[in-house]
Each structure stands twice: as structure tokens, then as C-alpha cells.
Design a protein around this ligand. Structure first.
Ligand SMILES: [Zn+2]
Length: 260
């Protein structure tokens, strides 16, 4: 029953597309919907969190973000905000919004390592992972509420398409899936290398993250970006190709010097 309903809904509503690495994705929402969600969430987060006005640190984070974004096709504007917090965390939302917490700078303590994290976050946005997550959750809800209605139950589940409220802060609070993590690792590594950041530093960064997780202050980043045993292996395997991009970028004069 639920399967049939889901199939009907999927058939009528869903845009089946491919991610940048060729994985098929079920996306229920338009780019505009997701952009609006991202912007709303970001505005909300900026109200709740303490924004850093440390000029030097802001310049540093902006410089790294600008270097990465310069490698993206398209003309969309990206905004990065640095938040004062001991959290070792960062996120990116649809609509080109990036948040970095000062606590992250203690683990990602070189420009190349911070570029690895921001590149990874941007990659989640480029690959429309938020849309995928909200879509999955909505599909489950639609399936359940339709099944409830058919069974004569009501009011238990959220109404179908219960606004996008669910999506507020998505990409911020919900963990990404294993496939999404692997995809963001791969795309993020390419992006940082193209921008002239050393891709080997991504491996170092995630190793340091894993080490910090084993300590008494697990990085918050890992709660939304679960690290799998295979992450370091997967990344290491991608470094040689990324290194070629890195060498090309350096030869072409892309040598970010964001310093600190
Ligand atoms: Zn991630």
C-alpha cells in the first residue's frame, strides 16, 4: 500500500536528477525553494549566534572562501560568516551561505586545512545534498500520512508537504549520509586543489578530526558530517589526481596566501 502510494507520488512530483558525480538523486524541491530555505536558516543562525568582529580572522576566512568560490562556474554570490564559539564546526547552506566557527580554527590550523573543510561544505551545496535530505524526509512523511488517511487514522503525522518548515536549519542540524559524505569529500578535494590549496592537507585535517574525536572534545563537525572508517582511505586514494589539479593551479598562478 505504502509502496504504491509512494510510487504514485514519486512519479508525479519528483525530479530525478544526477549528482555531479553521477549518482541518481530524488529531489522534490526547486533550486529557488532551497535557496529561500538556506537564506532563512542563515538569517536565523546569524541572530542566534555571536558573530566575530575580529578583522584579521574575518579577512583570513574570507580570503580562503573567495579563493575557493573563484573556481566555481556560475555567478552566484557566496557569503561567509565567522561565529565566535568553541565549537569545532562549519556548515554551508543552499543559497551560498557558509558559516565557520572560531573553534574549528584550532583543528584546521592552516589555510589549506581550513580550505579542505570549507571546500567540503561548499561541495555539499553544489551536490544539492540538503534538497536530497529534505526530499527523503518529506517522502517518508507523505507516504506515512497517506497510509494513515487510507487506514482511517488522522492527525498523527504532519500533513503532506507541511510547508518547508522541516527544512529550516537543514544542512545545519541533520547528519549527512555516507554517500553524501564521500561525494562531498571528492568534490571538495577537487575544488580546493583547483583553487591552489594542497589536497594532501585534507587527509591531515580529517586525521586530526578523528584524533580529536577520540579525545575528550569531539568536534561538533563530526555530528553532522559523520566520518566513516573508509574516509581517510577514500581521500588518500583521490589525492594523486587532485595533486595534478593542484600543480596546474600553482603553475597558473593560483597560490592563495591567506596567511594568519
Ligand atoms: Zn560532510
Amino acid at each position: 500500500m505504502r509502496a504504491i502510494l509512494l510510487a504514485l507520488i514519486v512519479g508525479s512530483l519528483v525530479a530525478c536528477t544526477q549528482s555531479p558525480t553521477g549518482r541518481s538523486q530524488v529531489l522534490l524541491f526547486s533550486e529557488n525553494d532551497m535557496q529561500r530555505l538556506g537564506e532563512q536558516s542563515f538569517a536565523q543562525i546569524k541572530e542566534q549566534e555571536n558573530i566575530s568582529n575580529d578583522r584579521e580572522l574575518n579577512r583570513y576566512v574570507q580570503c580562503i572562501t573567495d579563493s575557493l568560490v573563484a573556481e566555481l562556474s556560475g555567478t552566484s554570490q557566496w557569503e561567509v560568516v565567522l561565529f565566535n564559539s568553541d565549537q569545532a564546526n562549519a556548515f554551508a547552506l543552499p543559497g551560498g551561505k557558509v558559516g565557520v566557527y572560531t573553534g574549528l580554527l584550532k583543528i584546521a590550523d592552516t589555510q589549506d586545512q581550513l580550505a579542505a573543510v570549507i571546500g567540503h561544505e561548499i561541495a555539499h551545496v553544489l551536490a544539492r545534498h540538503s534538497n536530497e535530505r529534505v526530499s527523503r524526509t518529506q517522502l517518508t512523511n507523505i507516504g506515512l500520512s497517506a497510509a494513515d488517511a487510507a487506514l482511517g487514522q488522522s492527525g498523527v503525522r504532519q500533513p503532506a508537504m507541511a510547508a518547508l518548515g522541516l527544512g529550516v536549519q537543514v544542512g545545519y542540524l541533520l547528519p549527512y549520509g555516507r554517500e553524501q559524505e564521500a561525494e562531498a569529500d571528492r568534490l571538495g578535494l577537487q575544488l580546493m586543489a583547483q583553487a591552489g590549496f594542497d589536497p594532501q592537507q585534507a587527509v591531515t585535517l580529517w586525521r586530526d578530526m578523528a584524533a580529536a574525536e577520540a579525545g575528550n572534545q569531539p568536534p561538533e563537525l563530526l555530528s553532522t558530517h559523520p566520518s566513516h572508517g573508509t574516509r581517510i582511505q577514500g581521500l588518500s586514494a583521490l589525492v594523486p589526481d587532485a595533486n595534478n589539479l593542484y600543480m596546474q593551479a600553482r603553475a597558473q598562478g593560483r597560490r592563495p596566501a591567506c596567511g594568519r
